[in-house]
Design a protein around this ligand. Sequence first.
Ligand SMILES: Cc1cc2nc3c(=O)[nH]c(=O)nc-3n(C[C@H](O)[C@H](O)[C@H](O)COP(=O)(O)OP(=O)(O)OC[C@H]3O[C@@H](n4cnc5c(N)ncnc54)[C@H](O)[C@@H]3O)c2cc1C
Ligand code: SF4
Length: 338
Amino acid sequence: MAVIRDIMPAFELYQPATVSDAQKLLDKYGRDAWVMAGGLDSFDWLKDRIKKPRAVVDLSGIAELKGIRATSDGIEIGAMTTLTEVVKNPIVKEKYGLLAQGAELAASPQIRNQGTIGGNVTQDARCWYYRAGWPCYRAGGNICYADTPTGRNREHAILHADRCVAVNPSDSAPALIALDAKFVIRTPQGEHVVDAEDYFVGPDIDITHMSILRPGDLLTAIRIPSNWAGAQFYFEKVRERNVWDFALLNVASAMVVSGARIERIRIAVNGAAARPLRLKKVEEAVRGKPLSAATGEMAGKLAVEGAVPLQFNAYKIPLMRNLVKRAIGGVEAATWAS
Ligand SMILES: Cc1cc2nc3c(=O)[nH]c(=O)nc-3n(C[C@H](O)[C@H](O)[C@H](O)COP(=O)(O)OP(=O)(O)OC[C@H]3O[C@@H](n4cnc5c(N)ncnc54)[C@H](O)[C@@H]3O)c2cc1C
Ligand code: SF4
């Protein structure tokens, strides 16, 4: 018999107008509070009755969290800025096109109109079992249902798994890492700023969270410094359905090329692990090398070193190798099954 699960449990809804009021509410309710941005991930959890917070703190009325501003060294994007606003912003398009490309490939136009950049980088894993409320490691239990001989793990991790093999689903995250973005976090102790790559955590550090945020914390803004403005960018996302779907894998790179050699580069992938991965070894190996198919080939091989496939996701190893190869060597015609 069908189970109807579309009635949300009651909660107290708060719609503060300032960050400091939001923080007071988060402080008051602690672990019983839920931060709501665009609501696209939030409503899944609430309507499925898997998360049952006492209080929901809706950030949509906080003007200071919205919009994109030029700063003395780049831009600052408020956490509540929608993905559509990010994609359409003239400065983002002109100087930080990598982020526009990643954000534009996320979900569908309707979802991008409502989903925020803060929510996109903070969204939870899409593993089927976890989303359906199964009591797995990530949900606080002591088993992984996906990492079994018959588990549905086609979308899951090939790198850095530790009990949980779920992956991070964000398309904007690798672009932000490649652009050397900084995430501004307001905690009860004050504000601190972390490198984009340090915002995300794997299951070896914390198996029940995908970011460093703790109850009471708010992501308020994302800053992109000017040092990669106008660089040579590459973003590619591979998904099951091209109309709209989560990434099986994506890659983002920012490169400065001088005399046909790679002078500076940052490259990151997502969909391979529980956190977006900056490929530092690849960056080091290709720095100073010619921008060529051979360099791309070498980078691709290095990127997948140590990858361990599950029962149904071995395809991700050649796929990631070829995405990295194309991101560096620009070999559009490379076949990802080779
Ligand atoms: C059907 C569907 C398809 C999708 N496809 C893609 C895709 O292909 N690629 C992709 O990248 N994304 C995809 N998404 C995700 C989507 O783009 C949104 O980014 C995402 O759902 C969350 O954004 P939101 O603003 O709705 O945040 P919410 O759902 O409200 O919040 C998400 C999480 O982040 C927390 N949070 C949000 N903002 C803050 C903040 N400022 N401070 C602290 N915590 C915060 C919330 O508490 C919650 O846990 C898809 C979503 C759906 C529903
Ligand atoms: S992969 Fe992670 S989220 Fe999915 S069932 Fe296993 S422990 Fe849970």
